[in-house]
Design a protein around this ligand. Sequence first.
Ligand code: UDX
Length: 439
Amino acid sequence: MKITMIGTGYVGLVSGACFADFGHDVVCVDKDAGKIAAIESGRMPIYEPGLDHLVGSNAAAGRLSFTTDLGEGVKGADAIFIAVGTPSRRGDGHADLSYVYAAAKEIAAAVDGPTVIVTKSTVPVGTGDEVERIVREARSDVEIAVVSNPEFLREGAAIGDFKRPDRVVVGTTGDQRAIDVMAQIYRPLNLNQAPVMFTGRRTAELIKYAANAFLATKITFINEMADLCEAVGAEVQDVARGIGLDNRIGSKFLHAGPGYGGSCFPKDTLALVKTGQDHDAPIRIVETVVQVNDLRKRAMGRKIVKALGGEARGKTVALLGLTFKPNTDDMRDAPSIAIVQALEDAGATIVAYDPEGMDVAAPLMPQVTMAKDAYEAAKGADALVLVTEWDAFRALDLKRLAASMNQPTLVDLRNIYPIQEAQNAGFTLSRVGGKGTEK
Ligand code: UDX
């Protein structure tokens, strides 16, 4: 199959490289010449484990190429994937579809034969209809079908998620040729017995939002449980295990923390809320999830001030981890941003270390001093705060950290440190959803 991928962002680049690895012939198109040149010379625009190798080996094998020329890129394509950004529209939170529609117009101008246009970008219900209208209006002479094929990739684990998905969702309007092309494209997954689910196009578009909103709800539920645990002296990790062992609930996405962030959950929950309101079918649970999660991030700043004894002015706080989760350099809607703001408002001096995110984070938080490692960050600090659970923070020498601090206070926002270990190292520990320890 010849596949064209429009957009070499997170989703486009990972999907393009994985399709090439399946043996398809893939051309990735991006307007940004600098980005294309960088990728071609082996520099990835994002940090994603294994991506550089996957791109390099498939490019070397001649299955993956890059261009800035969309017209050239779509020539002879069996399928053209639209994988451009759909950020939250400034002001009202609706998904901004201008990049998707611009891509549809350019594709319409360039297609040279029958093809399937696939939206991989996360787009609100009905976007496929509009893409189809745009292309048909411009080109009644070519046979096209528009399909929805949402992605469910987690940053940091995107290649594994692509190659071993829980499911693939393909939404069509019933066009048999489109169904056949999509079945061919995903046939290599048959080996892994991944279910490929064919459904209506609007349904596929909604499945993506429903999945992300449900996961965001699950996280927010356990986060509120964590607050209750703190209030009544219970342990949230045991509550999560106690409910998660029930197969109907499931144990995943029940880790209490500082609130969800990233490129998908905040944007997609908001967009679903807007879609519901626009169709007089408000999704009140998700409306509440959005509100609770927003407030939670700043509340973590207050939690840290409390751990400092109620006063942050003149004190130094060291943050471990800034990205919204480990194994990425993505800072979009990271809880650390609201935490830094709250601490700064409270008068604290802030030092931070993140294994991959500091370059992206620095311009977002100019007041923060970036350290070269966790030990340098902790030196002389009054509180050490674990914000993002990078593996590199799991086996730190807690005794050495505590001894180097002005005041050995540890705020573990991801509950990764065993209570006893932190206590033995001399820390006063504050956790999420647990009793914590007093020295
Ligand atoms: C998510 C979805 O998982 C993926 O299917 C979708 O396509 C894109 O959005 P991603 O944003 O990369 O992926 O990260 P994910 O691992 O889902 O975590 C999202 C946020 O939730 C992070 O801030 C993470 O720290 C938080 N989280 C996750 C929790 O706080 N607790 C959990 O139990 C799980």
